[in-house]
Ligand binder design. Structure first.
Ligand code: GCU
Length: 618
């Protein structure tokens, strides 16, 4: 067999991985028709619309199925399901905050949308969902288009040309957010299991042969080096099918008077070219360039920032320079309205709050957030940690579960691999150490690197607390495979009191950058007492003071933190008189009021920012 270089081998592997998924990217800039708005619904806890009375899955011929029209064929016809305007839910939006009867509801809800549609003269039409929690079975005019699992990642189905009608199309989505041990996440999470069609629904119109996806990022310079004066772009363009002979693919960046043409080699074509002098993207200068990608039949444009990011020795280098990540962890929730976040306004609120705290980085926990978050972070200049919900005790020994996690990882990376703000792909959080688990997680890390060699891969690791030596070691075996050694610590909340920090030191056997992905304490906003009283703002404030003092003694490879958490958030696991179904570790309470601890972290970040600027001047 002809010897092929390692790079070609990696590219072949990654092309294979990339070829597999059929997600269409850059949806915000595609030709689309929205199906957002009011949808009729039927609540179906017994799944009567899906199974017969013997609990066998109904098939298309069976009129009783709820994906079928609810209009009886004639007055004697027996039909026992009706979609009416009496029962309407807003899409996008979780169902839990839209009607008190749904507050704790976990089960099936059938959504129905009727719509007229002017079919395009030519080309293809896809049905795109930003996210549906958790399982979605999708039917159009009585035909099944497909099924998707995973509550936080996008998916699309091609709509057969003859299925769409000019008028009165009947779109039905069976949404089921029940939790199961062999799903991702599994049964137990410390967040509210909001159900429903939680993000945008769109018809996407593309030419017969269209650009399904592309990857246009700066090639990493040699390890530890800054990007060259004329940095190199390395990537690929993916068509939905084999190109016609000699088909040309073009990448244009008008502002740089750059136009590069490539001959399409296959459905995926590797591209590479040098850029003239550019403004590199960074939090201080979140420069985005308009980039136009075109093929014979298709053209799509995007806003892309060019930067390099890498873990190099004990440091994290952005554009070749060491950075300290002043971060905060964020849930995809708007606490004031007790609902899932999904809009540009929501992104501006959450990222605006993070900026107000002095952050240059956010950990979007524990699942992929709405695309508006990453695109807004791109323009605001905020670094992003993006994660899939491999959370706590997943069924690590189950191959199917690994495939489900890999599918979500692929969808996450595919949707956002052109976002400059995204610097870390996280494959999970607080997963218990065992060889089976470490293999499982290692497989995900390999997959992430197949899909994207330009970003760091990490996970929130377990800590080996050693009471004796006051030296806590982050020696989780998974540390060997991640680029950034990240861990969660709650020293002084889950274990002892905050002054425990005074005698505690941290270390890791890995010659890698070290990051605290969570630390925090609970406080009921407005509850004031002495600092020894848990859930008082004074206790939380004390906690942060002790943490900040300890952080000043961290080892040299300490590169940042993302405390837990920006806002109080809903959790069914939190039920004392201060919590009332809320995790109260927010630095901002559910009404939007800043707690005392907020100012402790803000001052620390101000000081870090100052010293970084002084460093730069030297
Ligand atoms: C864990 C977990 C979070 C949780 C937090 C807490 O570390 O990762 O999801 O909310 O701790 O206990 O508040």
């Amino acid at each position: 067999m002809k010897k092929i270089s390692l790079l070609c081998f990696v590219l072949l592997i990654s092309f294979a991985a990339i070829a597999q998924n059929n997600l269409i990217t850059n949806i915000p800039n595609r030709k689309t028709v929205t199906l957002n708005g009011k949808w009729q619904y039927i609540v179906d806890p017994y799944e009567t619309g899906f199974y017969d009375y013997r609990y066998k899955e109904l098939n298309e011929k069976n009129g009783g199925a709820y994906w079928n029209t609810d209009v009886p064929a004639n007055k004697t016809a027996l039909n026992e399901h009706s979609y009416t305007d009496k029962n309407m839910l807003q899409v996008p939006g979780d169902w839990n905050h839209q009607d008190p009867k749904f507050l704790y509801y976990e089960g099936t809800v059938w959504y129905k949308k009727s719509f007229d549609y002017k079919k395009p003269a030519s080309g293809k039409v896809f049905l795109y969902f930003g996210a549906v929690n958790y399982r979605a079975d999708v039917y159009l005019n009585g035909k099944k288009l497909g099924m998707h699992k995973g509550g936080f990642t996008p998916f699309n189905f091609e709509v057969p040309a003859n299925l769409l009608k000019e008028t009165n199309n009947f779109l039905v989505v069976k949404v089921d957010n029940k939790r199961f041990a062999d799903e991702v996440p599994t049964l137990n999470t410390d967040w509210w299991n909001y159900g429903g069609i939680t993000r945008d629904v769109k018809l996407v119109e593309v030419p017969e042969n269209f650009i399904r996806d592309y990857f246009i990022q700066l090639k990493r310079a040699s390890p530890g080096a800054a990007p060259a004066k004329n940095p190199e772009v390395e990537g690929w363009i993916k068509l939905n099918q084999k190109p016609v002979n000699g088909e040309k693919l073009t990448v244009e960046i008008p502002e740089l008077k750059l136009k590069q043409q490539f001959t399409a080699s296959d459905s995926i074509t590797k591209i590479g070219f040098k850029l003239p002098k550019i403004q590199l993207w960074s939090p201080a200068n979140p420069k985005l360039y308009r980039v136009i990608i075109s093929s014979n039949q298709d053209k799509t444009e995007d806003k892309i920032g060019f930067r390099t990011i890498e873990a190099s020795g004990k440091q994290v280098l952005l554009n070749g320079k060491p950075i300290f990540m002043r971060g905060i962890s964020i849930h995809g929730e708007i606490p004031q309205e007790i609902r899932r976040a999904y809009s540009k306004a929501d992104a501006m609120q959450l990222l605006g709050q993070a900026r107000g705290l002095g952050c240059n980085m956010v950990r979007l926990a524990h699942y992929l957030h709405d695309e508006t978050m990453e695109r807004t972070a791109d323009s605001l200049g905020i670094l992003v940690w993006s994660e899939i919900p491999v959370y706590w005790t997943i069924d690590f020994g189950n191959k199917e579960v690994l495939n489900k996690a890999k599918a979500q990882l692929t969808e996450m990376i595919t949707r956002d691999h052109n976002r400059a703000s995204v610097i870390i792909w996280s494959v999970g959080n607080e997963t218990p150490v065992s060889p089976t688990r470490t293999d499982f997680m290692h497989n995900l890390i390999i997959k992430a690197k197949e899909l994207d060699q330009t970003r760091m891969v990490s996970a929130a690791l377990e800590v080996n607390y050693s009471a004796l030596k006051n030296l806590n070691e982050v020696n989780d075996p998974l540390g060997e495979f991640v680029d950034l050694v990240a861990f969660n610590e709650y020293l002084g909340w889950y274990g002892g009191l905050p002054d425990k920090c005074r005698t505690t030191n941290w270390a890791t056997p890995y010659n890698k950058p070290l990051f605290i992905s969570e630390t925090g304490a609970g406080a009921k906003g407005g509850f004031h007492a002495d600092s020894l009283t848990r859930f008082s703002e004074e206790f939380q404030e004390w906690y942060y003071k002790e943490q900040v003092a300890m952080l000043k003694r961290m080892p040299a490879n300490f590169v940042g933190l993302s405390p837990w958490v920006l806002n109080d958030f809903r959790s069914p696991k939190r039920n004392n008189i201060y919590q009332e179904g809320w995790n109260r570790k927010g630095l901002i309470d559910d009404k939007g009021n800043k707690k005392k601890a907020y100012y402790v972290l803000k001052a620390y970040y101000e000081q870090k920012k100052q010293s970084a600027e002084n460093q730069k001047k030297k």
